[in-house]
Design a protein around this ligand. Structure first.
Ligand SMILES: [Mn+2]
Length: 551
């Protein structure tokens, strides 16, 4: 499909991604790309894939989605235009011309490597002019003959000193007076009063600038040449020439170095303050090599657009990728309890109590009679089988069964066999250390004022976990303290035998009250029929906490 690519929209599942969140993100991005002609939908992941998900993607030849670690906007998310710059050797005239042409208030000066050494703000130039009203003096701001001649659109008739650094005199008085006033090294601005010029040559002036392009006899030029006196002829009149001399001085003279620099990958949040408080209403943006890549101004801040995202398989900030608060959530497609996601604008919020988000995505294709590509059909089937543990857990609905049937017919595969492969592929936890086991598929729920962390491992064989039981409990204890959790749970769920063993650290009374059970051994509970973290487990805990609050 030919896309105008108006906007990039990320489709992303929760942190510690499971197969459903990855497969539904990829599927939904594909679906949206087919029904929306203008925007580009990009599937993304909010963390590393587990071995089960890698297995599913590989089986259907789908590459891993890109990782988004943080949605916090950085400077690189601005539409940076290449800035108008000048070299650190340019004249003030060049800089002023740029300001006029592009209607800008500051021009950075770059060295030969493209690195900014300073900026020339309009305000500094204006101040300079005010300070210099009534006296033109190049002693403080020497100028190269070539620069001066360029600025004056002049012709160098004779060249003496290459650097002109004298006091400037305008030859507007009588001949006697001018000759009396001019001293060695001074610069004389004069029109077609060539008799004065011949006599002045003997006083060794720094330069003579002939205004209004007068006719200059050859012998005068020869004379100046022999005496090594610089003679420039300019088409400007004397008044304009005196102003232009002001512009011939090096731009560096008005350079300021007290400007702020920001790095291309600095968070926008940090940069905001710098821009708002910048003396020059803008900051320079530098890349990895220190080169200037843009200028950010207050106007850019106003026009800034947040990153757009569609959340699949979750709707709680605590489960979402970092920086979600600073992104623009435009849709939510999910099958979990309603969490705390809030948005500024109305959005499409599609949440249904169903076995998996992948089921919802498959249904979207069917509803619109859009053909599901085979590889997408494969991973959606994988997502459903994984999330429903082959249609066994209590969240499974008729609709999930129907879609599983439809997809396996479409792909001509046996879903039971595929489900077994999926659970077998889910064995990476064997190689993980205690901390990684807890966090491998870990979700945080906030109920009332209580923060509850629940990890889950699904397998038919937990021997590798028993071997690390002490270390796992130690890590649960650390995590509880560090994260200020009310309780940390690890669910060891066995779909083949229909129960979960729960390891807990923290307020275990919650578990006792919620499920009316006693500990099997210290901090360990057996919950028959509890396989789904969201529907069987967290719902009961939520009810217990909220009822407890009412009493
Ligand atoms: Mn799910």
């Amino acid at each position: 499909m030919d896309k105008r690519g108006e906007e990039k929209i990320y489709v992303i599942g929760h942190k510690n991604p499971d197969s459903d969140s990855i497969c539904s993100a990829i599927g939904y991005a594909d679906y949206k790309n087919k029904i929306d002609k203008y925007n580009i939908y990009i599937p993304a992941k909010a963390g590393n894939l587990n071995s089960e998900t890698r297995f599913i993607l590989k089986k259907f030849n789908i590459k891993e989605p890109e990782t988004i670690e943080n949605l916090k906007p950085t400077v690189s998310d601005f539409n940076l235009n290449s800035p108008v710059v000048s070299s650190d050797e340019s004249s003030l005239k060049e800089v002023v011309d740029l300001m006029k042409k592009y209607e800008i208030r500051l021009v950075p000066l770059l060295n030969r490597e493209g690195k900014p050494i300073g900026i020339v703000p309009q305000s500094a130039i204006a101040r300079g002019f005010v300070e210099r009203i009534g006296r033109i003096d190049l002693r403080e701001t020497p100028v190269e003959v070539n620069t001066l001649s360029t600025v004056l659109k002049g012709k160098i008739l004779s060249i003496g000193k290459k650097i002109i650094d004298g006091k400037v005199y305008i030859g507007a008085n009588s001949k006697e007076r001018i000759i009396k006033k001019i001293k060695k090294g001074d610069i004389l601005l004069i029109g077609d009063r060539l008799d004065i010029v011949s006599e002045i040559l003997d006083k060794e002036p720094g330069a003579i600038i002939l205004t209004g392009s007068p006719y200059v006899p050859l012998n005068l030029i020869k004379n100046a040449s022999e005496k090594k006196i610089t003679l420039i002829s300019t088409p400007f009149d004397t008044y304009s020439t005196s102003k232009m001399i002001d512009l011939s001085i090096p731009a560096k003279k008005y350079m300021r170095t007290d400007f702020e620099k920001v790095f291309l990958y600095d968070p926008v949040e940090e940069v905001k303050e710098k821009i708002l408080h910048s003396r020059y209403r803008g900051v320079l943006v530098i890349d990895f090599s220190g080169r200037l890549v843009g200028i950010l101004t207050r106007t850019d801040l106003i026009n800034f657009k947040r990153k757009k995202v569609i959340l699949v398989d979750h709707n709680e900030f605590s489960q979402a990728v970092e920086g979600i608060e600073e992104a623009d959530i435009i849709e939510v497609i999910d099958h979990h309890r309603i969490g705390d996601v809030s948005t500024l604008k109305p959005i499409l919020f599609h949440v249904e109590p169903i076995g998996s988000t992948s089921t919802l995505v498959a249904e979207f294709y069917l509803k619109r009679k859009i053909k599901i590509p085979e590889n997408i059909a494969g991973i959606l089937l994988g997502g459903i089988l994984s999330d429903t543990m082959n249609l066994t857990i209590s969240t499974t609905t008729k609709r999930d069964r129907r879609i599983v049937k439809y997809l396996s017919n479409l792909l001509k595969i046996n879903s039971d066999n595929f489900a077994k492969e999926i659970i077998e592929a889910n064995n990476d936890f064997r190689k993980l250390n205690a901390d990684e086991i807890i966090k491998r598929d870990f979700k945080i729920f906030t109920i009332g004022n209580s923060k509850i962390g629940v990890g889950q491992i699904i397998s038919g064989d937990f021997a590798p976990l028993y071997a690390k039981k002490n270390e796992i409990f130690k890590e649960m204890k650390l995590l509880k303290e560090k994260g200020e959790f009310a309780i940390i749970c690890l669910m060891l769920s066995n779909p083949f035998r229909g129960f979960s063993e729960i390891w807990t650290w923290g307020d275990k009374e919650i578990i006792k009250k919620a499920f009316l059970v006693e500990e099997k051994e210290e901090n360990v509970f057996i919950l028959n029929g509890v396989l789904s973290r969201k529907k069987d487990f967290i719902v009961k805990i939520g009810e217990t906490i909220i009822d407890g609050r009412k009493k």
